[in-house]
Design a protein. Structure first.
Length: 303
C-alpha cells in the first residue's frame, strides 16, 4: 500500500496520479469492498442527549455537512460514494454518545457557513479554521489543531520556500478558504515590491487544485497542512511540501450561534471521546495524531 493511508480513494487525488494509486490499491486486493471505520462503539450519555434540541431528539438524527475531497480528513472510499476520513469518524462517534444517528451531507466548502446559519445542516465538519471573524457567524467546537502549508510541484519545489517566494508562480487555492486571502495578500506584496506577478487560481474544490498542480497549470497549492502532507506522500515525489507550516489554529465543528445547548452537547461529546481514548484512536488511524487537543474548546481560535 502507498504511504500510511491504506483507505485512500484514488479519485480524491489529482487525476494524473489516480492511475498509479488505483493500480497499487488493486494489487493489494482492496478494490472489491468498502473500507469502513473501526471506531469503537460509544455508549449514549443521557445527560448530553438531554441537551439536544427537541427536534433532533425526536427525529433521532443529526445532519452534518461534510466534505469528500480533503484527505485524510474526508475523502471518498473505493465505492466512490461513501465518505470516510477522520472527520466522518469523529462526528459519527459524537452522534453515538448523543444517542442519534448522523446523516452526512456532502457540501461545498464555501456553502457550509450559510447552510449552518439557515439550519439546512445541524452542524458541519469540514476542515474549517476557527477564526475570530467566523465566530461572528457561527460557533465552533474545536476538534484538532492544524496549520497551513504549501504544496509545490517537483519542478517548482526548489524555489518555493514560503509565501513570500510565490512571486512569479501560479498558485491554486480552494474557494472560500483562508488561504485564498493569504495568497491574495501575497500577490499584492509581490506587485508592491516590483517582483514577478503571483497568479491566484481559485477552484471550487481541492480536486481542481490538485489537478492543476499535477498537470502543470499551477506551480503550488496553499491549503491545510494535513492534506498537503497527505498529497505529497501519495504523489511519490511528484509533489512536495515547501517551507514551514504557518498560522496555527484549530479546526472546528460549525454550529448555529442560536443553538447554545447543541453547542454544549457537541462539546461534551467531543470531550468524552478525548477522555475515553476514542479520539486518539481516530487521529492515529488517519496519521494526524500530532493535531490532538487535550480538551474540546469552544471558539478557541485566534485571529
Amino acid at each position: 500500500m502507498p504511504g500510511r493511508y491504506p483507505r485512500a480513494r484514488a479519485t480524491a487525488l489529482p487525476l494524473a496520479l489516480a492511475a498509479l494509486i488505483t493500480s497499487t490499491v488493486t494489487a493489494c486486493g482492496g478494490t472489491d469492498t468498502v473500507n469502513r471505520s473501526k471506531v469503537p462503539e460509544q455508549r449514549t450519555d443521557p445527560a448530553l442527549r438531554a441537551l439536544l434540541p427537541e427536534d433532533i431528539r425526536d427525529k433521532g438524527s443529526l445532519t452534518s455537512a461534510v466534505g469528500n475531497d480533503y484527505p485524510p480528513l474526508s475523502l471518498l472510499d473505493i465505492d466512490n460514494k461513501t465518505v470516510i476520513g477522520a472527520e466522518p469518524d469523529l462526528i459519527r462517534a459524537v452522534g453515538q454518545i448523543l444517542g442519534v444517528r448522523v446523516r452526512l451531507v456532502q457540501a461545498n466548502f464555501d456553502s457550509i457557513i450559510g447552510g449552518v446559519r439557515s439550519h439546512r445542516y445541524d452542524v458541519a465538519i469540514q476542515a474549517m479554521l476557527d477564526k475570530k471573524e467566523r465566530q461572528s457567524q457561527v460557533t465552533f467546537v474545536d476538534y484538532m489543531k492544524t496549520s497551513s502549508s504549501i504544496l509545490a510541484s517537483e519542478k517548482a519545489a526548489g524555489r518555493i520556500r514560503s509565501l513570500s517566494s510565490l512571486c512569479g508562480s501560479q498558485v491554486a487555492v480552494e474557494q472560500g478558504t483562508s488561504q485564498v486571502d493569504d495568497v491574495a495578500a501575497q500577490a499584492k506584496k509581490c506587485a508592491a515590491a516590483g517582483k514577478p506577478e503571483l497568479e491566484k487560481l481559485v477552484f471550487p474544490d481541492s480536486v481542481g487544485c490538485f489537478q492543476a498542480l499535477s498537470t502543470g497549470r499551477a506551480d503550488a497549492f496553499v491549503g491545510g497542512t494535513p492534506t498537503v502532507i497527505y498529497q505529497a506522500e501519495m504523489s511519490h515525489g511528484r509533489l512536495r511540501t515547501a517551507g514551514k507550516p504557518y498560522r496555527f489554529l484549530p479546526y472546528g465543528i460549525l454550529i448555529n450561534k442560536e443553538e447554545r445547548t447543541l453547542v454544549r452537547a457537541i462539546r461534551g461529546a467531543m470531550q468524552k471521546l478525548i477522555d475515553n481514548g476514542t479520539y486518539a484512536k481516530i487521529l492515529k488511524a488517519w496519521d494526524i495524531e500530532s493535531g490532538a487537543l487535550e480538551r474540546a474548546t469552544v471558539n478557541g481560535g485566534g485571529a
